[in-house]
Unconditional design. Structure first.
Length: 389
């Protein structure tokens, strides 16, 4: 049993067995299923499925559900992922805050640690992760600690370029240039560490843990300090050759007087932060409690008056290339603010010329403020146990 949870060396041949990953992936996506249905869905023989299921159950990754009695024959016994089958750490590195979560095999958050700051530093980030993992590990039993299968980091790329935008001396962020965060954190632990772009990871969290009615193709937009996104094609996350597909922030937006700005300047929470600082002198509440804002509606509406049309323009352009049937919008904000954005984007799309294009359906994301740390946790979950999405 413990071989699957050791370091990344000799055990990988077992977890990379495609049939085992296929069974786990089907159960991840469809929920509890009897062996006969798993055989039908996967195309594997009943005997092969039985062998796989026994092995996975013996390792604690699967468990039996309640018997389902039919009109004829013996009752079937569905199998499902075991809640305690494996544990994963997910880390979000943001421009104003960092967060670490401990997640079980079903994607449920068991523990959380959070840190706010003016800007992230390499040493501060490594220290936060080291101390948080140590704190959380003390709350676990020996068996639970043995089932920690990895840590995933969701972080913005090119952090050293963002000094002027986040109001920090550019030299302060230069220490990120050439710093390999994944390698430095992996030195601290005996489990594997993975790293991905923060917005792409947020998209992965929606794909792995999110709503059940997702289409096979969709554009994902995440509104954080900087707006970003992800692309899902044929049910899989499309990362592009450099892992940066769906990086919507640099997209050029038509502004007043013919002036062009980037989406990141217009539709990010950075714009709301600036308005709040101008009005009240401080904006820390946005980052300290992203699920609950006590902010004057007039300030939020002023930000949305810029953000919403820009998001709609970006969706229109994206659909000219990929013909997305659905756009999912999520963000680090209270649910009611996200719903307001979604509603207004729908209205703004109606005002654009979609001749020759199909207007997509715009819906709320189902993860919310946890999308990036959960997306970090989805990296070891997917890479070690499932056929990668």
């Amino acid at each position: 049993m413990e071989a699957r949870f050791e370091n990344q060396g000799s055990n990988q041949s077992g977890m990379r067995d495609r049939n085992e990953r296929l069974v786990l992936t089907i159960l991840r996506r469809q929920g509890s299923l009897p062996k006969a249905e798993i055989a039908r869905t996967t195309g594997l023989s009943a005997q092969t499925v039985s062998v796989i299921m026994r092995a996975l159950e013996s390792e604690g990754l699967l468990e039996k559900g309640e018997k389902v009695r039919g009109k004829v024959g013996q009752p079937s016994v569905p199998m499902c992922l075991s809640r305690d089958g494996a544990l994963f750490f997910g880390v979000k590195v943001g421009r104003r805050s960092a967060e670490l979560v401990l997640v079980n095999f079903l994607g449920e958050i068991l523990e959380r640690r959070r840190l706010t700051y003016d800007y992230p530093t390499p040493d501060g980030t490594v220290s936060f992760v080291r101390n948080s993992v140590a704190e959380v590990s003390k709350t676990l039993t020996r068996v639970q600690r043995s089932r920690i299968a990895g840590l995933g980091i969701a972080t913005p790329y090119f952090l050293w370029e963002w000094g002027p935008l986040i109001g920090v001396d550019e030299a302060e962020l230069q220490q990120w240039k050439g710093f390999d965060l994944r390698v430095e954190i992996e030195k601290l632990f005996d489990f594997p560490v993975y790293l991905g772009n923060d917005a792409t990871c947020a998209c992965s969290s929606e794909l792995v843990f999110g709503r059940d009615d997702k289409p096979k193709d969709f554009l994902y937009i995440y509104v954080g300090y900087f707006i970003g996104g992800g692309v899902v094609l044929n049910g899989s996350l499309y990362e592009g050759h450099s892992g940066n597909a769906g990086a919507l922030g640099p997209y050029p937006i038509d502004g007043q007087g013919g002036r062009t700005r980037q989406l990141i300047d217009v539709a990010s929470l950075m714009g709301l932060e600036r308005r709040l600082i101008d009005a009240e002198g401080d904006a820390k509440r946005i980052w300290e409690d992203p699920d609950t804002w006590i902010i004057d509606d007039a300030i939020i509406d002023d930000w949305l008056s810029d953000a919403v049309p820009a998001i709609a323009q970006t969706i229109q352009a994206a659909n000219a290339f990929f013909d997305f049937p659905v756009v999912i919008i999520d963000g680090s904000m209270p649910a009611e603010v996200r719903e307001r954005i979604v509603g207004r984007v729908r209205g703004s799309l109606e005002d654009l010329n979609f001749s020759g294009l199909t207007m997509p359906r715009v819906v709320n994301g189902s993860i919310g403020t946890d999308a990036r740390p959960l997306g970090g946790a989805s990296l070891p979950l997917s890479k070690r146990f499932f056929l990668e999405v």
